[in-house]
Design a protein around this ligand. Sequence first.
Ligand code: BGC
Length: 796
Amino acid sequence: MKEIAITLASLLAGALFSGCATRSASSRTADGKAAAPDSAPDTNWFSRAEWIGLDAAEAGKKPRYLRRDFDVGKISRAVLRVTAQGSVVPFLNGEKVADEYFTPGWSNYRKRLYYREYDVTDHLLQGANMVGAILGDGWFRGRVGTGRTNAYGSRTRVKMELVAYPKTGDPVRIATDASWTVATGPILSSDFQDGESYDARLEQPGWCQPGSATNGWRAVDVGRPDFEPTLVEPHPCGPVVVVAELPARTVEEPKPGVFVFDLGQNFAGIARLRVKAPAGTEVKLRFAEMLNADGTIYTANLRGIRAMDTYVCKGGDVEEWSPLFTFHGFRYVELTGLPGKPGADAVKGLALSTRMRRAGTFECSNPLVNQIYSNAWWSQLSNYIDVPTDCPQRNERLGWTGDAQVFARTALYNADAAAFLGKYVDALNDDQAGDGHYPDVAPTVMCGGSSPAWGDAGVFIPWEIFRLTGDLGPARRNWPKMKRYMDFLDRSAPEGAGPHRGYGDWLAYGPQPSKSLIFTAYNAQDCEIMRNLADALAKVAEGADEREAFKADSRRFAEKTKTLRDVFGKTFCSPTNDATVAGDAQTGYLLRLGFTAIHDGVTDARHAERLAKIVAERPQQMCGFVGVNLFLPVLSQIGRDDLAYQRLERTDFPGWGYSVAQGATTIWERWNSYMKGGKFGDAGMNSFNHYAYGSCVQWFYEGILGILPGAVGQPGVHPFSTVVIAPHPGGTLTWAKGSHECALGRIAVEWKIEADEFALTVELPKGVRGEIRLPGQTAVKVQTARKATYRCPASN
Ligand code: BGC
């Protein structure tokens, strides 16, 4: 069944609930302005439905099956709205309403609860119908982070309302209430980290079909939710869906009766089991990203979580099953418990991710670079499951702010990720601390806050969204809280230079700049971003007062940027003019040169020279999370594409190509998560699917292809309405091609080096202006043609 197309205004709208009282929805458009009132979603349904569930102690944490039968006559349209304190799969007349997972997503459920709305017109029958749901623990009360349970509450509840509009007469409303019945079923337990257990012998076929047996069903428990949410809103982005099916490539038997399936790709998702075995056969599936030397699965990096699905066969024909309320991070599946050897079709991988439009492509003449691109994309898919997470496999899977921030630009080129990241920005603001600092993970279930480069996600991500899509919504609706964060930074650094705190240049290989330097650089760039955002917001302000307020903000942040630039120079840049940035570490220079707020126009060239020297002369060193997204762009910016390509293409450690040479199919957490000869990195922190280092891909678009937004900062004008095309050929590449599809259409670039000629073909959407900058040429050509080729001597 199809999900109702939700208008932009409705996506941004919300209704406020206090207890069960509702206020009318307030709507905003993409630039944050008020929307027409009739475009607001119907959130009143939430107060018409009641919370229902099952509290019986003997049911434990088994997912609950809930249902209600009803009759309708001829209808013209029907809509189903669904939310939960837990994770819910809605059913109608024996079928899942949608192939979606983990509804209603992850948020701070106390402050903001999402719901989904489906058009179910085609699935209602004239006469008897049955609506139902299976309710699992989800993030609400299942294991999250390092093993915490009941993070939001101890009771699962669901709310639904089905509205059928007859051809004539009043709508028929079937909302959750005391008339629903509940039972437990074949799902015995389910948890993101533990996995799911299912006993097919307990199935009640047709449990959600009209007229099915009623024995074992009892009255639901009504009401008594752990709390009522403050805000109820339509979910702002796509659902979690199956984005790829991965058949097994090989099946090995490293020990008798232990079968290991290789799906050929690391990913986040579930396995679909297909077996034929006698009733009562218990099949166990365990999941891993890597193999030990003896061919068994490597699970040490899961840090002790169970990550196992169990299926008990009902016997008879071939049985097919996949879980509903869990996912794993894996490439290999271990299967035990089957009599006999399973065929390769016994296990198939189903990759899960938030549904979004793919917006980018990239390909070049070096297959290694293509694999890095693919690895970053798979790590994006794997970690974009409703919340941008650090990793999908171990007992963490949290919305780490630093990781999300450094990867945001890459993500926005790769996919239409603005709504997804906008939701994340709201989560960050919902969990802002009383003193104004942003948490390290959002939604916050553990860990502290205020680490430089992590907390700054609250400023950087709204900016990245605006910079690439023109959507000012996240900044506009969170502006007062963003300013509170800036006040917090002011209080933390009264002298200007920041305190030593946070995670530093996380997992750097070699020297790091001081935490105080990272703080100060980020604080300065935050100010620069806030000034740019304030300028843009002033242009769309409603009325003179608001406009003046934004202008005052802009002045405040402009002044503060200047102050911090001086502080940075005086504190961290050598007064003896020896051209070093304090610490003489890559990331110190990368911040200094990559953050426009701290350019001084005087020492920039000397620092550029020093950076190039240490990159060239210390090949054994590599920056960590804080420097990584700046590494390639800054080397390009200072005219050292040669060094950028060297690091990208090298297959020894530490370079981007190293993991690829070891067979990686996703981005690793560490530069050395796995070492030649079968040695694994420290299992305490060793994910093979961590996208932070995949942020190099922003340079594939903006550097190798050279696609850059040319109209940033003008609300109402799309940032790509002027496109700068400035490719940086280099390394071993003889050609590269790729594209970015923005709201205006597809921007495509292809370049080739043939004999002595560099040929660049550019295709732009209708009406988009292009500024073509051929390598080494100062002349800028402006063109409006839809597709054209430009040439220059390759030696340039
Ligand atoms: C996460 C990282 C995160 C870091 C903070 C780790 O446990 O996996 O990706 O950014 O903690 O230092």
